[in-house]
Design a protein around this ligand. Structure first.
Ligand code: KIV
Ligand code: ZN
Length: 389
């Protein structure tokens, strides 16, 4: 089995479903071009039948990018598939993503159907999509809660119908990593023809497990991860691209690789944040404002002596130009000396003692002491030393 994991970015589809994150065509194209620079393998550009605007955006993305596969979502409905194919007509590498709910909950309450009928609809959808494009991805919606024997039967049938990629969404974010990984392992071992298709993870973050579940998926044989920039998406969001990519990079023992050019990660995160007007929480892994900020004295001392004492990723690797030493009342002398030096003041021990004492009294009143406030303290205290000399 290959060690290459394909990154399928659905920021423009699942991400854009978030209330308030709607993008216009120009913004979608701008983000798609950035995703191409980032090196994603597949861009899910939208759900063409959902609105004329989305159709137009998918068509525009197809014309704008060259390297990535461009994918359009559809339900297992003829009209959806036909419209997706039309929207993808200009793509150099088109993919139709079609599927249907396979859990008993979806079959009974959402589709008001039964297992046999859903299996038939799944096969018919894939066969119809194949009349337009070679590359057809099938999603078994709510696969995370789908009975595994039934899921195996559905997948076997859609592989026979020509599906090239099998997406196993944990649509409700319910699974534990062990459960999700075990389901993928079971399918690999029990579905005839499974080697003819790529297995894909698509995990939602309702219990904060989307990233862990995606990693469990690839550890058990999935070779595509569906994810979004900054982890945006329905409800609590999707697997975050930056997290899974950096986990695979940091853990060489997994022996799995992606095509992502990691120095583009931070810029892409900022672009998505800006265009979608969706803030990134400061403590967000990899791309949050505090991801490379150190504020306690003990950590600052360590990181100043050697970065990897408290940082497992060099910020430059993900496009952040430096680690941040934040000066607060918890900071120590090492951080003050370090920052003073950056500001052009190589303090003597005596000066540092005075600056530090004054700094603490200011820091107790302020959340963070910025460079301007620190400079003021340095000037006051070094003048004091000079006068008494
Ligand atoms: O979460 C999900 O199940 C989806 C599918 C439509 C792929 O987004
Ligand atoms: Zn989803």
């Amino acid at each position: 089995m290959t060690n290459q994991v394909h990154i399928f970015d659905t920021t423009l589809r699942d991400g854009e479903q978030v209330p308030g994150c709607k993008l216009n065509t120009a913004q979608k194209v701008e983000i798609a071009l950035q995703l191409e620079c980032l090196g994603v393998d597949i861009i899910e550009a939208g759900f063409p039948v959902s609105s004329p605007g989305d159709f137009q955006a998918v068509d525009a993305v197809c014309r704008a990018v060259s390297a990535p596969v461009v994918c359009g979502l559809s339900r297992a409905v003829k009209q959806d598939i036909k419209v997706a194919a039309e929207a993808l007509a200009a793509a150099k590498r088109p993919r139709i993503h079609t599927g249907i709910g396979t859990s008993d909950s979806h079959i009974q309450y959402k589709l008001c159907s039964n297992r046999a009928e859903v299996l038939e609809r799944a096969v018919a959808a894939v066969k119809y999509a194949k009349t337009f494009v070679e590359d057809v991805e099938f999603y078994a919606e709510d696969a995370g809660r789908t009975d595994k024997e039934y899921l195996a039967r559905v997948l076997e049938a859609v592989i026979k119908a020509g599906a090239t990629v099998l997406n196993l969404p944990d649509t409700t974010g319910y699974c534990l990593p062990e459960q999700y990984g075990a389901k993928i392992k079971y399918l690999r071992e029990n579905v005839t023809g499974i080697d003819r298709a790529v297995l894909s993870t698509h995990c939602h973050n309702d219990l904060g497990l989307a990233t862990a579940n995606s990693i469990a998926g690839v550890q058990n044989g999935a070779r595509q991860i569906e994810c979004t920039i900054n982890g945006i998406g329905e409800r609590a969001g999707n697997t975050s691209l930056e997290e899974v990519v950096m986990i695979l990079r940091q853990h060489a023992e997994l022996a799995l690789e992606t095509n992502i050019h990691t120095p583009y990660i931070y810029g892409t995160s900022q672009l998505v944040r800006e265009r979608m007007g969706m803030p990134v929480q400061p403590n967000k892994a990899i791309v949050g404002a505090n991801a490379f900020a150190h504020s306690s004295g003990i950590h600052q001392d360590g990181v100043i002596k050697r970065r990897d004492t408290y940082e497992i990723i060099d910020p430059l690797e993900v496009g952040v130009d430096h680690s941040k030493i934040v000066l607060t009342a918890r900071s120590g002398r090492a951080a003050i000396a370090y920052r003073s030096k950056k500001l052009g003041h190589n303090l003597t021990k005596n000066e540092l003692d005075l600056v530090y004492t004054q700094f603490l009294s200011v820091a107790d009143r302020m959340k963070e002491v910025d460079d301007q406030a620190l400079l003021q303290i340095i000037v006051q205290q070094t003048e004091r030393v000079a006068q008494t000399a």
